[in-house]
Design a protein around this ligand. Structure first.
Ligand code: AHG
Ligand code: MN
Ligand code: MN
Length: 321
C-alpha cells in the first residue's frame, strides 16, 4: 500500500522488505549488504585498478578491487550479528562467524564479479546468496534470498526472498528506492548472451546458437555476468549461457555464489536456469567451489538448449561409446 501523495517510487529497501513481512534478521542482513555496496562503489570509482599481487583458489589473479570489495563485505557481515558462516569467491574456505545457527543466516558472495572490466569502464556487480542456518553446502533450491548490486551508469539492487523479484535504484542520497516490482521474464526471447569461446562449443550448443541466429535473435554480451543477467531480467526476455566447453565440461561460472543466486532470481521471475541437463537449483554441490555450465533466461529458450544438448551431446555420446 502506498500513503496518499507518496509515489511508490519512494519506498526504500528496508520498507519494502518489512512490507513483505521478511524476517527482521534477514531485513537487517540485506540492508547491511546494501550499505556495504556504498563503500564498494567508492572503491570502484576511485580505487587502484592494479593487481593485488595475490591469486584466488582458481589461480585467477586477484585485482586490488576484488580484495577490497571482499574485505568490505566480510567486515559488514562479520559485524552484522546475524551471520553464522560466510563464503567468498575470493576465499579458499568457508569463514565461520558464529557457531550459533538459530535465527542466523549463511551467506555466499562474489564481492566483485567482472572486476577486470572496471579498467575498461564496463559495468560490474556484487552477487549474494543467502541460506538460513549454518549450512552453505546445499542445493540452491534451499536459498531464502538472493540479490545482486549492479554498478553501472546507475547503481541498482535486485533482490528476491521468494516473493517476486524487485529492483531498486540508488538516489543522490545513496538510498535504494523501489523502481520495479515482480519482474517477469517472457517464455521466448529476442536476445542471447553467449559466454565462452565459440570454437570450443560442443555440437549441442553450436546447433542451439545456429537456431537462435536463424530466428534473428540479437547477440548482446558484455562479459560481465551481472549486467548480462540484469539485461535478461529487465528486458523481460532473452537467454544467457556459459556452456560446457570442449576440455571444460563444467564451464567457468561458480555454482555457490554466481549461478545459484541468479538461478533463484530468474526462476522467481518466471524464467528457467539449467546446467544444460537439468535445473541449476537442484544441483547438490560437492564442494564450495564447484562450477557448472549454465543456460539461464526465457523458459522456452532454455528448454530448446536442453533439447539440442540432449540430442547432440548426451545421446550422441552414448551411441558413440
Ligand atoms: P569474476 O570476475 O568474478 O571472476 O567473474 C567473471 C565471469 C563473469 O562475469 C562472466 O560471465 C565471465 O567471467 C566471462 O568469462 P570470459 O571472460 O571467459 O568470457
Ligand atoms: Mn564472478
Ligand atoms: Mn569475482
Amino acid at each position: 500500500m502506498v500513503e496518499p501523495g507518496k509515489s511508490k517510487f519512494q519506498i526504500d529497501l528496508r520498507r519494502h522488505l518489512r512490507e513483505h513481512e521478511v524476517d527482521d534478521n534477514l531485513v537487517h542482513l540485506i540492508c547491511e549488504i546494501a550499505e556495504a555496496s556504498k563503500y564498494i562503489i567508492n572503491s570502484i570509482r576511485t580505487g587502484d585498478l592494479g593487481v593485488a599481487g595475490t591469486s584466488n583458489l582458481y589461480g585467477e589473479q586477484q585485482l586490488a578491487l576484488d580484495v577490497l570489495a571482499d574485505r568490505i563485505l566480510r567486515k559488514r557481515l562479520d559485524h552484522s550479528r546475524v551471520v553464522a558462516n560466510m563464503m567468498s569467491e575470493e576465499a579458499d574456505e568457508i569463514i565461520p562467524i558464529s557457531p550459533d545457527c538459530e535465527g542466523k543466516y549463511s551467506v555466499a558472495f562474489d564481492p566483485l564479479d567482472g572486476s577486470s572490466l572496471v579498467d575498461v569502464n564496463l559495468a560490474v556487480g556484487t552477487i549474494v546468496s543467502i541460506f538460513s542456518g549454518c549450512d552453505l553446502l546445499q542445493s540452491g533450491r534451499n536459498q531464502v534470498a538472493a540479490m545482486y548490486i549492479l554498478y553501472g551508469p546507475r547503481t541498482t539492487l535486485v533482490y528476491s526472498t521468494g516473493n517476486g523479484v524487485h529492483e531498486f535504484s540508488m538516489n543522490h542520497l545513496m538510498e535504494f528506492n523501489l523502481v520495479r516490482e515482480n519482474i517477469q521474464i517472457g517464455k521466448k526471447g529476442s536476445l542471447y548472451s553467449p559466454g565462452g569461446q565459440r570454437n570450443l562449443y560442443t555440437p549441442g550448443t553450436e546447433a542451439f546458437v545456429q537456431q537462435l541466429e536463424e530466428r534473428g535473435v540479437k547477440l548482446r554480451y558484455s562479459g560481465g555476468f551481472v549486467p548480462d543477467i540484469n539485461q535478461v531480467l529487465l528486458k523481460g526476455q532473452g537467454i544467457f549461457f556459459y556452456p560446457h566447453l570442449k576440455g571444460k565440461p563444467n564451464g567457468k561460472l561458480r555454482l555457490l555464489f554466481e549461478l545459484s543466486p541468479m538461478a533463484f532470481l530468474v526462476e522467481q521471475a518466471g524464467g528457467a536456469a539449467s546446467t544444460g541437463r537439468g535445473p541449476i537449483l537442484d544441483v547438490e554441490p560437492e564442494h564450495i567451489h564447484d562450477r557448472s555450465p549454465v543456460f539461464i533466461g526465457s523458459k522456452d529458450d532454455v528448454a530448446l538448449a536442453e533439447k539440442f544438448i540432449r540430442k547432440l551431446d548426451i545421446e550422441k555420446k552414448k551411441v558413440a561409446s
